[in-house]
Design a protein around this ligand. Sequence first.
Ligand code: 5CA
Length: 162
Amino acid sequence: MAEKATGGVERVRAALAERGLGCEVKELAASTRTAQEAAAAVGCDVAQIVKSLVFRGARSGRPVLALVSGASRASEARLAELAGEPVVRADPAFVRERTGFAIGGVAPLGHREPPMVFIDRQLLGFAVVWAAAGSPNAVFAVAPGELARVTGGAVAELVEPA
Ligand code: 5CA
């Protein structure tokens, strides 16, 4: 079913407001579909972009959301340990159905079905990070501690050891 292009962004705005986060969603003319494009559009380092990566619990079928730096790669092995079951990368249909967002616009909050959320500790090293806001040209800035609070995410090491 086609969703209005703005539906995802409105859901993110509502979720931010509901959690008392007064940050502004920026809708840009430029694409923010990938971490690189988002960094170029807002003028920050790619490491300060939050990737919202959707996985599927292999046994439960539950969505698992990994929030990692745009410069890093999430480890499926680490996520599996944390989730308590193997996880596999979600396909685009699963992402769309469970989150209500299309790939490239998946936000860390405002999902249709609440996922299990994990946040990589690296993100806590920045004063401010930027995350997708429900569309491939919308982002918001947030302090990473606030991101952990509003997503209810557990802070952990999620990335492959170097
Ligand atoms: N808006 C940007 C910056 S916040 C964004 O959403 N970046 S992202 O990294 O969170 O989302 C893009 C990610 O979606 C890519 O890193 C990639 O891992 C994933 N992705 C892209 N294509 C597919 C696909 N066909 N199936 C599953 N995942 C995909």
